[in-house]
Design a protein around this ligand. Sequence first.
Ligand SMILES: *[C@@H]1O[C@H](CO)[C@@H](O)[C@H](O)[C@H]1NC(C)=O
Ligand SMILES: *[C@@H]1O[C@H](CO)[C@@H](O)[C@H](O)[C@H]1NC(C)=O
Length: 421
Amino acid sequence: MGLSQFSSRGRTNRGLAVAFCLWGLISMCCAARLSASRQKLEVQKHLNRLNKPAVKSIESPDGDVIDCVHMSHQPAFDHPFLKDHKIQMRPSYHPEGLFDENKVAANPIERSSPVKQLWHQNGKCPEGTIPVRRTKEDDILRASSIKRYGRKKRRTAPQPRSADPDLINQSGHQHAIAYVQGDKFYGAKATINVWEPKIQQPNEFSLSQLWILGGSFGEDLNSIEAGWQVSPDLYGDNNTRLFTYWTSDAYQATGCYNLLCSGFIQINSQIAMGASISPVSAFRNSQYDISILVWKDPTEGHWWMQFGNDYVLGYWPSFLFSYLAESASMIEWGGEVVNSQTGGQHTSTQMGSGHFPEEGFGKSSYFRNVQVVDSSNNLKAPKGIGTFTEQSNCYDVQLGRNGDWGQFFYYGGPGRNANCA
Ligand SMILES: *[C@@H]1O[C@H](CO)[C@@H](O)[C@H](O)[C@H]1NC(C)=O
Ligand SMILES: *[C@@H]1O[C@H](CO)[C@@H](O)[C@H](O)[C@H]1NC(C)=O
């Protein structure tokens, strides 16, 4: 019975009106309960999709559960185009670098031990499986919706040479980056100092990464990203975690963090995407860094990723992309934070170490041995490298070059301070 029908009869029966209201309330309440249980069911379904049956599970000291999933049962194979895909167990080509990683110590005084993942303390995944960070119900409930879980908000910035300040302000993302563009790139490498920046609000994040980009920042940006991040909303804590991201439509319908959608094919049994990195650097104390190489296999066209010197993680199949199926047109390295600006003030979320580039080694965060893969598939120092930051009083970037570190830069900052309100 509709309200218009009720009043059209011209009756003013109070009892009927009260009954009608009650019925309305009850049905609203039932609807709410129904939708709550429907949501629970949806979350459960999504968890079942993401969490594949495990051969073995390892509890990490940080509360994560790492599932060792048979390689052929990994999330990638939910992708319709990958149903009959034959996993490539190694790249056909590995680009040669300018630097012998084993000779370059992170800290000239005290050689640091290799950076590991925290869960390694409690076990290993067997050969033939891959370690997958298990998604928990809470992980999904923290996302704005089931559909948005594991995805980035749409990016409107930066496009360094034509940066539109209005767009940058609107998106609330802030960067301090180095970049090259205007050539064809087939990969990038860098060794990234690892820190644990403080995050002011759970819906903000701080990350340090490299970007392999193709297309424009409008509708169809292709992007492959890898580095470390602190993201309370995504992971439920403030730990520094290894992550990857990809999209082929400017963060709209395709792509995700880590293995949270089908796409990336992992072959490595030792490194888990999204797992905590340990140890991290301390101010005026031991420094730790991770090296990341992403390159395009010239034979198959897939984009491979290597972590450190020893771990080839796997690859993004070429068909996931449009522009990147060919080559990248821009590479970026550096930091990004979200400035949610509660109460009209700039966030105090830190980038890098939370200290400005001027402070230098042991205090400010760095990227060293920054290289690109050129059209002859060699690693080389990038030519014509530029820098970009929205508000250098909040987060800044400073280039440098020397023999051991090649092209390097310091970046980051504290966010809110006397010159950044
Ligand atoms: C962002 O907006 C604020 C105030 O609306 C303005 O003062 C600031 O200059 C803008 N930032 C950029 C990078 O244009
Ligand atoms: C993360 O850090 C913020 C402050 O930076 C703190 O308020 C919050 O409780 C921390 N969250 C966890 C899960 O430790």
